[in-house]
Design a protein around this ligand. Structure first.
Ligand SMILES: [Zn+2]
Length: 246
């Protein structure tokens, strides 16, 4: 069902981009933030496309990137490879959750949470396209890295099984920032004696250090070596400041 559905999505998203985002198609070449509420209301398949993106966000964002690159090619006869970000999940499709409610059922789905920055780290540069070469047989390959925090840069050559080496200038890097959010939910805070924290790894972070933020992201599992269970971490896709800290 997933494949047959998305076949129709591709031409639909491309025609939506051409009709409503002509200006972007002539200039944006790096990170393109797509307004999901706009897509939802203007595309005839908006509802189905959005349900797909919410339930399969990694695939959905790849689809948006592919469609944007195709639409850009149609306009400019130039091949580009953008990184798509997303904002404004339509209210009609969003079930709002709080930090203390995040659990296993949210893993791999698109969610939106609000919280106050408790702590942040400095931006780091993470590899998202890992280019490796084999000095033994000359084979080279590019591996797409979903999460640079949870990956190994060492791979063996699929052709000759020898160690492959990093090609630094051929690899693609993006900004990542580690954040810790705490709840701002008044009801929860009035009943609870403890404050719980949510760890977020924000992709394409502009560098955020204080305030109250709305984060769109995808929860994933990270093994906790001390306890044997999995911590639920959020891969952040988009951050919007909703209030300055009081
Ligand atoms: Zn090799």
């Amino acid at each position: 069902m997933r494949n047959s559905q998305t076949l129709n999505f591709e031409p639909e998203i491309i025609s939506y981009l051409k009709e409503f985002h002509f200006e972007n198609l002539t200039k944006e070449k790096n990170i393109v933030t797509m307004d999901l509420n706009d897509l939802f209301h203007k595309s005839p398949l908006g509802n189905a496309i959005l349900e797909y993106i919410i339930n399969y966000p990694d695939e959905g964002i790849c689809l948006l990137e592919k469609c944007y690159n195709e639409a850009f090619w149609d306009y400019n006869c130039e091949r580009i490879n953008i990184t798509a970000s997303i904002k404004n999940i339509p209210k009609e499709l969003l079930s709002k959750i709080e930090i203390h409610e995040i659990n296993t059922c949210h893993v791999g789905k698109l969610i939106e949470i609000d919280g106050k920055i408790k702590s942040t780290k400095k931006i780091v540069s993470g590899i998202t396209n890992l280019a490796l070469t084999c000095t033994t047989c000359g084979n080279s390959a590019i591996f797409k890295i979903e999460n640079p925090f949870e990956t190994s840069l060492e791979r063996t050559c699929p052709k000759c099984s020898q160690k492959m080496f990093l090609m630094q200038s051929e690899s693609k890097y993006e900004d990542f920032q580690e954040l810790t959010l705490i709840s701002i939910n008044k009801e929860f805070l009035s009943k609870s004696t403890s404050n719980i924290e949510q760890e977020i790894i924000l992709k394409n972070s502009p560098g955020i250090y204080n305030g109250i933020f709305r984060i769109i992201g995808i929860p994933y599992l990270r093994p906790n070596k001390k306890t044997g269970v999995f911590d639920i971490i959020i891969k952040g896709i988009y951050a919007e400041k909703i209030e300055d800290e009081k």
